[in-house]
Design a protein around this ligand. Structure first.
Ligand SMILES: Nc1nc2c(c(=O)[nH]1)N[C@H]1C(S)=C(S)[C@@H](COP(=O)(O)OP(=O)(O)OC[C@H]3O[C@@H](n4cnc5c(=O)[nH]c(N)nc54)[C@H](O)[C@@H]3O)O[C@H]1N2
Ligand SMILES: Nc1nc2c(c(=O)[nH]1)N[C@H]1C(S)=C(S)[C@@H](COP(=O)(O)OP(=O)(O)OC[C@H]3O[C@@H](n4cnc5c(=O)[nH]c(N)nc54)[C@H](O)[C@@H]3O)O[C@H]1N2
Ligand code: SF4
Ligand SMILES: [Mo]
Length: 738
């Protein structure tokens, strides 16, 4: 046995700063920190509070932040490991450039930036301004999101800016805007604890929002009935009173049939419908033929279960309906969302204590990042880039002529399609890994290879950036101050714990430098993050996402402020719609008729199995961050194909066998994990890997016509057992409960 080291320094010498471990202090307790910095987790939309331990300008561990009201110190496996990125050996420390035949070489900032600017100018002069596009991401703070929206329109002067939320919350956003005129969950999580019926549709909360399960369990302790709608018996479904194992793509039929049951039994809030909504009659006309037999056939859910769900929902005194990507990642994602909202409006359970509705926002700043002009059709405050008044207001804030502001651009996947067609020639990406995360990624790869110039800003060399000409080393979450808006609409403060290592720079410094070099320096004269936030406050003023009354001081004092917050003396709005004045033009909440549509690809003789994709607890998004963290990799090292024993038997597949999955887009091979927790006609593959392990080689690029979200959650596939065993030992279960 190796001799145990005796001092902290020798432990660090022997194992490296993050491997240091003593039985007494634990894995991360070795360093006596120089300081503890209160901030938030860099991963999902829960934005759990955490304290980072800083030693010698490095994040060396963490402590729980017990006082932060949402998570009260609780963290999930990703949250407790996130600190391992800061000093990771893969961290990009200098700009690098691709040299044909040689791979990547170190370059100077001056060369990297001047090359980038000259290529932007060359491409835009030759092919027009919109031939240079930008793709961004909402792991970035509100300040960076806002600034990137302004950068694209004022400095780069392109219409083609979009973001990774296009793959995430846009169906919910479009549904919310149609129905309520505003895009935010209606209540804070506190209200969830006291709701008597909770529907959770298409979200594996225990793995994707682990700290939220505490609230659901508290509701159950308080007597709530829990209904889970998912093709898999997810960990939360195992604790549910009712599980509806919907066939992927069937949700709007299910919700339509439930609406019909509410109407047939008069489980309706007539006062609310008559006085505060519009469009009820058209919506119920659209579902008049959706009887239980039809719904059972379309959804694969037994009629009795649909009836039971409708009855519990219909008779509930208080309720909460939550959904996430399971119902939104569809070519009818917006329809699915609207069919949920119809159930909420029919029973009038919104804008009251313990009665709430909303999507669970995915990425760390998925909420704030979708409000302040990061999207191809949007300006700050969730304003509309095609609306003349909105354009004028923002042009004035930015000090530009409204006529010089570009119009609506292409959405994320459409940008890739335009690159493929040769119309877009140049690209900047920041905080996005589209080669792993977009559907049909063989097509995405072809597109990337056609670019004349591509520059990526990231702290790791992700799969997409490998196609870049230049990569600029940006900053981690803990390396720049700012704010993010959590999934419940609470604006919280991200505090800088350390400065970027080596020659890496803060993301905002890189953007500001580029803006200066493109001749727009005077519009980006910020000296600190708070300057950007104060401009954002003014830009959002009067918009639906109004942050005007939020200041850094107020956030710190109250541990977050819920928007809308229109003035400095306003306390913020944890619960929306108490005044029943919706933000639609007629101030009513809108029902929307939802006629049922099939998914864009349905099973047939050639492709007889339904394929769906999603997440596991220990990996995050494209995996570029979590696939570098050893313990998370150990927990789930490679994607497994979840398959029901009956379907496996039909193909002669045994647990651990390698199975090739083929779709009309491509094929990939995965070890089978035989589980009884999935529908017999459906297989599930997590998508956090690139290259030959990527589930997105198989998925379909069909977009929702309104939200432009890709149909990640359903396509048709063939299964071909290869007769080989898996290369790694298959874990006993993909789930971990909390
Ligand atoms: N561990 C982990 N946590 C994360 C993330 C992560 O990558 N890893 N990402 C964050 C982000 S950005 C997001 S968007 C969220 C996503 O959070 P979720 O939406 O909870 O995650 P998914 O796994 O994409 O999908 C959820 C569920 O949808 C089900 N499903 C598939 N098809 C259908 C369908 O047609 N109808 C219904 N009703 N259900 C269906 C799947 O079986 C799956 O259990 O998670 C956030 N949190
Ligand atoms: N098949 C399938 N595909 C999916 C999904 C699915 O369920 N199924 N889900 C979709 C969803 S919901 C989402 S949100 C997308 C996400 O897809 P992506 O946005 O492509 O995934 P990320 O892993 O977040 O990629 C972000 C990159 O940003 C970098 N990054 C993170 N934080 C920062 C920062 O502060 N600054 C800088 N400069 N860089 C940063 C990371 O290192 C990483 O390389 O994937 C989508 N793709
Ligand atoms: S639940 Fe989300 S925010 Fe909280 S620790 Fe886990 S990944 Fe981080
Ligand atoms: Mo997401």
């Amino acid at each position: 046995m190796a001799k145990l080291p005796t001092s902290v320094d020798s432990i660090i010498d022997q194992y490296g700063p993050h491997k240091a471990y003593t039985p007494k202090t634990g894995f991360q307790g070795v360093h006596e920190p120089d300081k503890l910095v209160k901030t938030h987790c860099c991963f999902c939309g829960m934005q759990c509070g955490i304290q980072l331990k800083v030693k010698d300008n490095k994040v060396a561990g963490f402590e729980p932040w017990m006082e932060f009201p949402f998570n009260e110190g609780r963290l999930c496996p990703k949250g407790v490991q996130r600190y391992l990125q800061n000093n990771h050996p893969d961290r990009l420390l200098t700009p690098i450039k691709r040299v044909e035949g040689k791979g990547f070489e170190r370059t100077s900032w001056e060369e990297a930036m001047s090359k980038t600017v000259s290529e932007i100018e060359r491409i835009q002069t030759t092919h027009g301004r919109d031939a240079f596009a930008m793709l961004s991401g909402v792991s970035l703070t509100n300040e960076k999101s806002y600034m990137i929206g302004k950068f694209a329109r004022v400095a780069l002067k392109t219409a083609n800016l979009d973001y990774n939320g296009r793959l995430c919350m846009v169906s919910a956003g479009a549904g919310n805007k149609k129905a309520f005129g505003l895009d935010r969950i209606s209540n804070s999580w506190e209200d969830l604890k006291h709701a008597k019926v909770i529907i959770i549709a298409g979200t594996n909360v225990s793995e994707t929002f682990p700290t939220l399960t505490h609230y659901i369990w508290q509701a159950r302790d308080n007597g709530a009935k829990l209904i889970v709608i998912d093709p898999r018996v997810t960990p939360i479904a195992r604790t549910a009173d009712l599980h509806l194992p919907v066939r992927p793509g069937g949700d709007s039929a299910l919700f339509g049939a439930m609406l019909k049951i509410l109407v047939d039994n008069d489980w309706l809030d007539h006062d609310f419908i008559d006085n505060y909504t519009s469009g009820f009659q058209e919506s119920i006309d659209a579902v008049k033929d959706y009887d239980l037999a039809w719904a059972e056939e379309k959804t694969g859910v037994p009629a009795a279960k649909i009836q039971q769900a409708a009855e519990w929902w219909g008779k509930a005194k208080t309720s909460f309906l939550l959904h996430a990507r399971g119902i939104e990642h569809h070519s009818k994602g917006v329809d699915n969302v609207l069919s949920c909202i119809n159930l909420v409006l029919a029973t009038g359970r919104i804008g009251k204590p313990y009665c709430g509705y909303g999507t669970i926002t995915g990425q760390g700043n998925g909420q704030g990042g979708r409000e302040h002009g990061h999207k191809c059709d949007q300006l700050p405050g969730n304003r509309d880039i095609t609306n003349p008044e909105h354009r004028k207001y923002i042009a004035d804030v930015w000090g530009i002529d409204e006529k010089d502001m570009p119009g609506k651009g292409l959405s994320a996947y459409e940008i890739i399609e335009a690159i493929h067609r040769g119309e877009i020639k140049g690209l900047i990406t920041i905080c996005f890994n589209p080669l792993v995360s977009l559907p049909n990624n063989n097509f995405v790869k072809e597109a990337l290879e056609k670019l004349e110039y591509y520059v990526a800003i990231d702290f790791f060399l992700n799969e997409t950036a490998r196609h870049a000409d230049i990569i600029l080393p940006g900053s981690l979450h803990e390396e720049e101050e700012g704010t993010v808006t959590t999934a419940e609409g609470r604006v919280v403060k991200i505090n800088e714990a350390v400065t970027p290592p080596g020659e890496a720079k803060r993301d905002s410094e890189i953007i500001i430098d580029l803006a200066k070099r493109l001749g727009a320096g005077d519009k980006f004269a910020y000296s600190k993050a708070e300057d950007i936030f104060n401009e954002l406050r003014v830009a959002s003023k009067g918009g639906t996402a109004d942050y005007f009354g939020i200041t850094y001081e107020k956030i710190e004092k109250n541990m977050g402020v819920f928007w809308p917050c229109p003035s400095e003396d306003h306390p913020g709005t944890p619960r929306l719609w108490e005044d029943k004045k919706f933000r639609t033009p007629d101030e009513r909440a809108h029902f929307n008729p939802v006629p049922y549509r099939e998914p864009s690809e349905v099973v047939d003789k050639e492709y007889p199995v339904v394929m769906t994709t999603g997440r596991v607890v220990s990996q995050y998004l494209s995996g570029s961050q979590t696939r570098r963290i050893g313990k998370l990799v150990d927990q789930y090292p490679e994607p497994l194909l979840e398959i029901h024993p009956k379907l496996a038997y039909q193909y002669g597949i045994k647990d651990g066998d390698q199975v090739t999955v083929k779709t009309r887009r491509g094929e990939a091979t995965f070890p089978a994990q035989i589980v009884e927790t999935i529908r017999e006609d459906t297989v599930f593959i997590p998508y956090h890997w690139g290259g030959i392990h990527s589930a997105n080689q198989l998925t379909i690029g069909t977009l929702d016509p309104v939200s432009k979200i890709p149909e990640f959650k359903v396509c048709a596939c063939q299964l071909v057992p290869t007769g080989k065993m898996a290369s790694v030992k298959v874990k006993e279960t993909a789930y971990q409960s909390f």
